[in-house]
Design a protein around this ligand. Structure first.
Ligand SMILES: Cc1ncc(COP(=O)(O)O)c(C=O)c1O
Length: 378
């Protein structure tokens, strides 16, 4: 049997369904697609600060040399985790290679057989993959629908986990966190909160939604990622000391992998120092950009007009939304269509990420593209 032919067959089927994925570099110069909301990935100051920090690491070390439980731990890593614990007002934090790995760790190791996981239907793939690895039962509740969640809480058994995101990655809307906390308390459920899209852009020093609302102590486990607004990569889980000790003992994606190198620790350290120093100004600049965008699309009901950096415009149908993307890309925008099954069929969309560095002229031009191609009203 020709293995390549087996693979080609599956790829051809995917291509036939219009779902073939390909790697592309920036498709156009004006960035409305990256998660670099406050411009840290492209910040020359942050780049220089990380370089300087690396020079100070003694002895110089190119790699972690092992997993955290073997030779890959260091005083510097623990120092950075202590800094993160202060920023996120947590008893402790544990650094992971990525948000994907952090979510996989939490969801696969914490809920046990006989427990119930109730997750918002729009949670990220990393949460879904983590749940698949868990022996607990798992059910979706309708997006941000507290009544549907409560109905399911009434029927749930064992330890019950509610899994939500602060800001949803594909819709850009925010979860009703205070109401969720009240509901969780009423049913003695534990909240797992993914703060991927709020880290850096919400809360003092980029500390996210739970800290901003003062409900962080009511959340069992929080996941923060550094590859979006923080402009670097990696993630951490924040919670009590027991949360961290538990993950060190039971989270297989943490245990069986080489630790992040000192370069990553320097990047995390410097990116958070940068946001401590400049976060308030950058968050205000982002709010100004969002406000300006929302004003320009006020009369366009197919555009989301969220109060966060992620906006959407509905153009149902994979081919339809692809066509829209091609037109906008030709106008100079790096924008990507979001196809089903990443979003439900019929909810295909253009996802528009706003940044501090997007100019008014760029937003005006984008608004004229949105006006020229009316989409579906949600
Ligand atoms: C909500 C959410 N959680 C987790 C992740 C994964 O984070 P990372 O890119 O650090 O693996 C993402 C990003 O893709 C995300 O949008």
């Amino acid at each position: 049997m020709d293995f390549d032919a087996v693979l080609r067959n599956r790829l051809a089927a995917r291509e036939g369904a219009g779902l073939l994925r390909t790697l592309r570099q920036a498709v156009a110069p004006i960035d409305f697609t990256s998660n670099d909301y406050i411009g840290l990935a492209r910040s020359p100051e942050l780049f220089a600060a990380i370089g300087q920090k690396l020079e100070q690491i003694t002895p110089p070390l190119n790699g972690a040399t092992g997993s955290r439980l073997l030779s890959g731990n260091s005083g510097y890593t623990e120092q950075v985790e202590a800094t993160l614990a202060r920023i996120f007002s947590a008893g402790a934090t544990l650094i992971f290679q990525s948000g994907y790995s952090a979510n996989l760790s939490v969801l696969s190791s914490m809920p046990q057989r006989g427990d119930t996981i109730l997750c918002d239907e729009l949670v990220h793939a990393s949460i879904k993959d983590g749940m698949r690895l868990s022996l607990a039962k798992h059910h979706n509740f309708r997006h941000n629908d507290l009544q549907d969640l409560e109905d399911r809480l009434q029927r749930a058994t064992g330890n019950v986990f509610i899994v939500v995101e602060s800001i949803y990655s594909m819709d850009g809307d925010t979860c009703p966190l205070e109401e969720l906390v009240a509901l969780a308390e009423r049913y003695s459920a534990f909240i797992i909160l993914d703060e991927a899209h709020s880290t850096g852009v919400v809360g003092p020093g980029g500390s996210g939604l739970a800290v901003a609302l003062g409900v962080h102590d009511k959340i069992a486990v929080r996941i923060y990622t550094f590859g979006k607004a923080m402009g670097i990569h990696g993630a951490c889980v924040a919670g009590t000391r027991s949360v961290v000790e538990y993950l060190v003992n039971f989270a297989r994606p943490f245990i069986y992998t080489t630790a992040l190198p000192p370069h990553s620790m320097a990047a995390i350290d410097c990116a958070f120092a940068y946001v401590q120093a400049h976060g308030a100004r950058l968050q205000q600049a982002l709010r100004d950009t969002i406000e300006y965008f929302v004003q320009q699309v006020q009369d366009l009901p197919h555009v989301s007009r969220n109060n966060g950096a992620i906006q959407t415009a509905l153009y149902p149908g994979n081919e339809h939304v692809r066509q829209v993307a091609r037109q906008w890309q030709a106008a100079g925008f790096d924008v990507r269509p979001i196809l089903s099954p990443t979003v439900p069929a019929g909810a295909e969309r253009m996802r528009i990420c706003l940044h501090t560095f997007n100019t008014r002229e760029e937003i005006d031009l984008l608004a004229s593209c949105l006006r020229a191609l009316p989409g579906m009203v949600p």
